[in-house]
Design a protein around this ligand. Structure first.
Ligand code: BGC
Length: 753
């Protein structure tokens, strides 16, 4: 809640003064308030660095911005599976923001990767809400511990770029609660961000910016958010509707016409003064918080660069390492191929595009190593270049090992533009295949913001997924390749074999009006695992130069209620001669029920460093939410009674150990019947069966006789009758009336009998 000074100030402000504060002053700033002495506040883009613009402004990454350290993009950072690392990155961005007098950094970007084709996949964290939430919380804490606000975005269901400003995301309640809301829920509850940015699109028919269900009922009343809801840039549709729904600030400003509409609505009594006061109070509150951070320490760019390098190293995922081709040996005769070895692709396009401090390439990082030669291989301009290919293939013949730096060109993936295929450019795939023909000892280093197909996967021995690793991509790649750093990243998204295998393939990016989330809960690994579809690399997959053994999975109980916490422990041992980091992934699989559910879901993870021979016991707690499903009847979380498998996975597809626990909900869901309830459900209730016997004593016998007489296939008959609504009995049971049935249903539903 805002301060007493702000409360008092609200008493003396005019409607005009207040309304003006509901929109920005210009592209990046809010208005100050002279009366209370609160100065304007500056916001700038993140999330992979700080994009502070001092001259021409824009929200598409077109114009220049001040120099900033460029950190790994969200796709990479999430692969670290390390919230502390995300916090360290957030801290650096927060420090620079302080030095630049920025009040709020617009990030993290935490939309779920519904399809690998989303143009902004590089910026988002994961296809899994738990991973997204955990990384987001770290990042937010990092920024905010510097006295700068964060702004998780884009709330909500903004999962494609195609028609992103006007389309309508149609998402059912269960899917929304289990897939699209939880990362924001964690970010808000545990990260306590100063602001949340609502998205451009509509959600179930209403613009996100004017959707009171999400902006007020869920965000504030349920999750306790007390900060400012700010629009995405240009997202405001109707300022009066938005204000009433819980929006506080429209950006960019000055949005004079919208401000006038707010003034008039308050003057006409259409909007209550308390509602305007509430928004203005919140805006002034964060401005006051920002203004309290007086000192602006100088930013140490070298330290920032070192942090970016560490983040890149911890995030890279070793996808394949046959015959231990990696790490490379210092004495090997090595050929680096590819334009990206010289000019790495290290960041995505759009509003997160920043002006880097110092970009390092792999080529420059090995400049003093005489045994490494370089061939350009391709020109990142979209076609095969025979001369460069022949040159590279010729040199490859004489190398012990070849490393090709490949990936996606910037024009393939960017904010505002979804991809229409998952393939890398043909000239790169062709190059890899051709070089592999002359030298089988080949490693591919990938620079891309989203999954790609790999037609050459079986022709190369090593694959290191670097993603868009920030300005220190080159140094990080070299240290990983040579084993100065041991890879420890894991995929936070599935790499499907083909784009056609993705759950949303038939309709993703083809609809511009209603975007119907038909796949429901089956997003990413939740889909591939459930339908048992083979993938290229599974969610959670990631190799290391070390080898780990997981054993002794223990649960502290075999039975529990959903009010208790399950303590899980597992031993992890480094059975190699190298220090490395292991990731414990805990999945929960319900072993009961027939509802359409993902086969298993990630419910906890922990990354830990182990020296050679070291063994550690990792303790993890699973609370109610690890077992809960959203119940659309109750409009709440509910834990169905039954057994659950607790699984340790090397990935979502490779389960190493399983233990079982029985969970009973403390409060059993009371099923309510109507005369339209299916017979089968009715018969499952002991109370219903008892009362049915009392109400209609001879009906049961009569039915059983009929079965013997007329039908051979009892099973089919049973299924048919179970599917019948109760009212169908009226047609089959002579003497039964509608009123009698209603009385029965009422008696069954009555509490306490
Ligand atoms: C993007 C936001 C960004 C804003 C300001 C919008 O186009 O969707 O992520 O923060 O512009 O640049």
């Amino acid at each position: 809640m805002y301060s007493r000074e702000i409360k008092e100030r609200l008493q003396s402000m005019t409607i005009e003064e207040k309304a003006r504060l509901c929109a920005g002053k210009d592209f990046w700033q809010t208005w100050g308030d002279e009366g209370s002495g609160i100065p304007p506040m500056l916001m700038t883009d993140g999330p992979s660095g700080l994009r502070k613009q001092t001259e021409a402004t824009d929200h598409l990454g077109l114009n220049e911005s001040n120099t900033a350290v460029c950190f790994p993009a969200g796709c990479a950072l999430a692969s670290s599976f390390d919230p502390d690392l995300a916090e360290a990155v957030g801290t650096e961005i927060g420090k620079l923001a302080r030095a630049e007098n920025v009040g709020v950094v617009l990030g993290p970007s935490i939309n779920i990767k519904r399809s690998p084709l989303c143009g902004r996949s590089f910026e988002y964290y994961s296809e899994d809400p738990y991973v997204s939430g955990k990384i987001a919380v770290g990042f937010i804490k990092g920024i905010q511990n510097q006295g700068v606000g964060a702004s998780p975005k884009h709330f909500l269901a903004n999962n494609q770029e195609y028609y992103r400003q006007t389309s309508n995301s149609v998402v059912d309640e269960v899917t929304m609660r289990e897939i699209y809301l939880p990362a924001f829920e964690m970010a808000v509850k545990d990260g306590k961000p100063w602001t949340v940015m609502c998205s451009y699109n509509r959600v179930n028919g209403t613009y996100a910016c004017e959707n009171s269900l999400y902006l007020t009922d869920i965000l504030r009343s349920e999750w306790g958010f007390d900060g400012v809801v700010v629009t995405d840039w240009g997202a405001c549709n109707d300022p009066v509707e938005s204000l009433q729904a819980g929006l506080d600030l429209e950006m960019p400003g000055p949005a004079r016409d919208n401000v006038r509409r707010i003034e008039e609505a308050v003057k006409d009594g259409k909007v209550k003064m308390e509602i305007l006061d509430r928004a203005v109070g919140r805006v002034l509150d964060i401005q006051q918080r920002a203004a309290k951070q007086e000192c602006m320490p100088a930013y140490d760019f070298e330290l920032g660069h070192a942090a970016a390098q560490k983040a890149a190293e911890e995030s890279a995922v070793l996808l394949k390492n046959e015959e231990q081709i990696l790490p490379l040996k210092k004495e090997d005769k090595i050929l680096f191929i590819g334009e990206y070895a010289d000019k790495p692709r290290y960041q995505g396009g759009g509003s997160s595009h920043i002006h880097p401090y110092r970009v390092t390439s792999a080529k420059s990082a090995v400049a003093d190593m005489e045994n490494i030669t370089f061939a350009q291989g391709y020109c990142d301009q979209g076609k095969n270049n025979d001369r460069l290919l022949r040159e590279a293939a010729e040199l490859a013949k004489y190398a012990d090992k070849v490393v090709i730096f490949a990936g996606l060109p910037e024009y393939f993936e960017s904010e505002g533009l979804d991809r229409n295929k998952m393939d890398m450019p043909e000239y790169q795939n062709h190059l890899i295949c051709e070089v592999a023909k002359v030298n089988p000892n080949m490693v591919v280093v990938l620079h891309n913001g989203a999954p790609v197909t790999m037609p050459w996967v079986n022709q190369v021995k090593g694959i290191l997924e670097l993603y868009l690793a920030g300005e220190a991509a080159g140094e990080a790649a070299v240290r990983l390749l040579f084993g100065d750093v041991n890879p420890s990243g894991h995929l936070a998204e599935t790499f499907p074999l083909r784009v056609e295998d993705t759950p949303v393939y038939p309709y993703y990016g083809r609809e511009k009006e209603d975007i119907i989330y038909r796949e429901g809960l089956l997003v990413g690994y939740r889909y591939y695992g459930t339908v048992k579809k083979e993938t290229l690399f599974a969610f959670g997959h990631g190799l290391s130069y070390s080898e780990f053994r997981y054993s002794n999975l223990q649960l502290d109980r075999r039975e529990m209620t959903d009010c208790e916490t399950l303590h899980v422990s597992v031993d992890v041992e480094n059975i190699s001669d190298r220090t490395g980091k292991a990731l414990v992934q805990i999945y929960v699989e319900p072993l009961h029920g027939v509802s359409v559910r993902p086969v298993r879901e990630l419910r906890a993870f922990e990354k830990t460093e182990l020296k050679s021979g070291e063994k550690k016991k990792i303790h993890i707690r699973l609370d109610r939410r690890a077992f809960a499903q959203w119940d659309k009847g109750l409009h709440d979380w509910y834990v169905p009674e039954g057994s659950y498998a607790i699984q340790i996975g090397a990935s979502a597809e490779q389960i190493l150990h399983t233990a079982e626990v029985k969970v009973k909900p403390k409060y059993l869901k009371k099923e309510r019947f109507t005369i339209n309830s299916p017979m089968g459900d009715f018969k499952k209730s002991p109370k219903a069966m008892k009362l049915m016997g009392q109400f209609f004593p001879h009906m049961q016998e009569q039915q059983d006789e009929d079965i013997e007489d007329e039908f051979m296939n009892k099973k089919a008959l049973e299924a048919t009758s179970n599917a019948m609504p109760l009212r169908a009995m009226l047609s089959f049971a002579p003497g039964l009336t509608y009123e009698m049935l209603e009385q029965l249903v009422e008696a069954v539903n009555r509490e306490g009998e």
